[in-house]
Design a protein around this ligand. Structure first.
Ligand code: GLA
Length: 731
């Protein structure tokens, strides 16, 4: 890790262990250009800026200034002054003009990495390996009186580069910021393709790769959350690259609201990468002297394919983003009553589940939706966070104490950001819902969203949630968010400030969760949003795990978990075993396969243990044992994607290898049985070629070299949806 300024060249060079990122200031007008990002270099290849050829810099050829502006690889492109590619910044200045061109002013290099006020952010550790360095480059546009502080941080133990933008109004009047991307970079388009994650409810984060054509290609969200449909991640992947080879640039936005991730291929075959808060619906009044810190982007370059990129993200998030005391711990195996009972439960039912669960080795009962107000279905009571004593006779504390006596911890579900039209809260404060006066607000799941841009609403939510948590020994919270935001209108923001609501909302969610984990430092917080619509790095800063998807079908989960693990560590993926036929897709899969697939995540159950077939119930203790045995490896090891049923239509295989390569666990799922077929030979990855590994349960051992070059033989299994865990231990 190193960051240096080269005076003669006016160049900045950021080095990680394996990569370099280089910028330089050019011309009398101090344009900051992007020189290079890729494998580590010892030189500074200034020719990458192509300022030694036509159209030249303005001081040499101002006649064709427009051509320069439209071709120069700009580190933070402005708007309205000749660069017709999409800018990273859009403003309206005090005179109503929108032109802006940030140019270099000065820089600072220092040890460490500053926090981003009110925002989630990666952080440095105390020991030498996890230290950070930061480069701060200040750009300015004197005409409009704005400064832009670009921050680049690196960690000693990571190849990731973290970047963010802060806007400062140094003028004496308000300027409206309509867009300020956190990351922008121009480079040659070469043969890169675009890899993104798309989805839907119950089908989150499916991988999609396509060529980059001319013009703009983007993914984004304007839903007020990162969303089921598109994901704040994109990668530029060299055509033909795979898990093990090829150049890959991955970008992930550390934010949980609206985002835009875009590539634009220009007439000269360059590509402009942009990532930041989506400008749709965004307009922020930056008053004289004010600052606006935009969230950060994590960028990861790998020249060893997609697999290396994923592992870099996983390590970064495990070491430098997740803060929870649970991050390095086995999470209690939970049983959640959602798919078991939906809204129809009472104290007796929950106690019956807890008793049976305890016998099987399950460690925590989570009471899901339906315990408060008069919520017997999803039409009411959000906001009325007081216990429904018709259902929970004796109250919450009684239930929690009983569950604790049985030997289980207790967790609870909340959806704190919401308000039902049928709630005491709405009857008392109709103006607390986000709405536009005169318009009938859109209902979704029959609910509205609280206007969290108002501090009194935030304080109410915090008080009411913490009161419940203080009232009993509650050790886990599932924080849900079950609708997207529409009708952007706040009763308290002025007419020039309504465009701040989306971002203020997300900042308030962060404030709430920060207060929550400060007040309850040992709480295990699992975020959730209608399944996995808010599975993003922003939320991982507050809670160590996120519910991946409402789809608990083992086969659907293969694709969802593959897409999720493209970026996020397995330790963060909420995964449960549920009953069959599966409630989302109607599929029947073996109980063992449901368990094997859930072992790749946080692991738990989501079923009525008092009702499932005896045979399934009898296999839970075995699965519990496997969780205890394998979870330390799954949580801390390196992830390798071996085969994907998405591509081959027959089987899936992935594994986790311990950091010292002495142990590995591979999961093989035969999705479709094939008649008249021989065994499969599957080439494993990530092992030490020189070590010898015993395949547990089979009286055989092979070298890592053989297992990786020749492969492991896996016999054809009988039937669809069969699976097998392959545990390798160093001989
Ligand atoms: C969302 C969650 C589910 C469950 C329900 C309750 O859909 O993803 O797990 O908590 O809400 O309403």
């Amino acid at each position: 890790m190193d960051i240096k300024y080269f005076d003669e060249l006016r160049a900045f060079k950021i080095d990680t262990s394996n990569n370099s990122y280089i910028m330089a200031v050019v011309d009398d007008e101090n344009f900051l250009g992007h020189v290079y990002y890729g494998p580590k270099l010892s030189d500074i290849p200034m020719y990458m800026l192509r300022i030694n050829e036509n159209p030249y810099v303005p001081s040499k050829n101002n006649r064709d200034r427009g051509s320069f502006m439209d071709t120069f690889p700009t580190e933070l492109p402005g708007n309205g002054l000749g660069d017709y590619r999409e800018g990273a910044v859009e403003i309206v200045d005090k005179d109503g003009h929108f032109a802006v061109c940030p140019t270099y002013k000065d820089y600072k290099i220092y040890e460490g990495k500053p926090e981003l006020a009110g925002l989630p952010a990666t952080f440095a550790g105390a020991d030498a390996d996890s230290k950070a360095m930061t480069l701060e480059i200040t750009l300015e546009d004197k005409n409009v009186g704005l400064e832009f502080i670009l921050r680049y941080s690196v960690f000693a133990d990571s190849d990731a580069i973290i970047r963010s933008t802060e806007v400062v109004n140094v003028s004496d009047a308000s300027v409206f910021i309509k867009k300020a991307m956190s990351f922008a970079m121009d480079m040659d388009a070469e043969d890169y393709e675009l890899l993104t994650l798309h989805g839907s409810w119950a089908r989150e984060r499916q991988m999609d790769q396509r060529p980059i054509g001319y013009g703009k290609t983007s993914v984004g969200s304007v839903k007020g959350e990162s969303s089921h449909q598109e994901h704040p991640f994109m990668a530029l992947v060299q055509k033909g690259a795979d898990q093990k080879q090829g150049r890959v640039y991955g970008f992930n936005f550390v934010y949980s609201g609206n985002f835009l991730a875009q590539v634009e291929k220009s007439q000269f075959d360059s590509v402009r990468v942009l990532m930041g808060i989506n400008p749709t619906g965004f307009k922020w009044e930056l008053k004289a002297g004010d600052k606006l810190q935009m969230p950060e982007v994590v960028s990861v370059y790998s020249d060893e394919g997609i697999g290396r990129m994923s592992r870099t993200f996983h390590d970064l998030y495990r070491n430098h983003l997740i803060r929870s005391p649970y991050k390095d711990k086995k999470r209690p195996i939970l049983i959640n009553n959602w798919e078991a009972t939906y809204f129809q439960f009472d104290t007796d039912k929950l106690i019956a589940i807890a008793k049976e669960a305890q016998k099987a080795g399950i460690e925590m009962l989570v009471m899901d939706d339906g315990w408060f107000g008069h919520r017997d279905d999803d039409n009411s009571s959000l906001g009325d966070w007081y216990v429904n004593e018709d259902k929970l006779k004796g109250g919450l504390k009684y239930l929690v104490d009983e569950v604790n006596k049985i030997g289980l911890k207790f967790g609870i579900w909340f959806e704190p950001e919401m308000i039902s039209p049928d709630s005491d809260l709405y009857r008392a404060h109709p103006d607390w819902a986000i709405a536009i006066p005169g318009r009938t607000p859109v209902r979704s799941r029959n609910q509205y969203v609280l206007d969290l841009s108002r501090q009194e609403v935030v304080d109410y939510v915090f008080d009411v949630v913490s009161k419940v948590l203080h009232s009993a020994n509650i050790e886990y919270v599932k924080w849900d968010m079950n609708r997207q935001i529409t009708d952007l209108g706040s009763y308290c923001l002025g007419k020039d400030n309504q465009g701040e609501l989306f971002h203020r909302y997300v900042l308030a969610v962060y404030q709430l969760q920060e207060r929550l984990i400060k007040e309850f430092p040992n709480l295990l917080l699992e975020n959730c949003s209608g399944g996995g619509a808010r599975f993003d790095p922003g939320m991982l800063y507050y809670g160590p795990q996120i519910w991946c998807s409402d789809d608990t079908d083992a086969i659907e989960r293969l694709g969802i978990q593959e897409g999720t693990a493209l970026v996020y560590p397995l330790s963060s993926m909420g995964a449960h075993v549920s009953d069959c036929p599966n409630h989302t897709v109607g599929r029947n899969t073996p109980f063992s396969t449901r368990g094997n697939v859930a072992l790749a995540g946080t692991f738990g159950y989501e079923l009525d243990i008092t009702k499932i077939p005896q045979e399934d119930r009898d296999s839970i203790p075995g699965q519990v044992e496997m969780y205890h045995k394998y979870n330390p490896l799954v949580r801390t090891g390196d992830y390798y994607r071996i085969a994907s049923y998405r591509e081959n239509h027959y089987f899936d295989c992935y594994g986790v290898v311990s950091k010292d390569k002495s142990e590995a666990l591979f999961t093989f799922v035969q999705v479709m049985g094939r008649p008249n077929y021989h065994s499969r030979i599957v080439r494993l990855d990530g092992l030490d070629p020189e070590k010898k590994y015993v395949v547990e349960g089979e009286d055989v051992s092979y070298t890592g070299e053989t297992l990786m070059k020749a492969g492991l033989q896996i016999q054809n299994l009988w039937g669809d949806y069969q699976s097998k865990l392959i545990h390798l231990i160093e001989a």
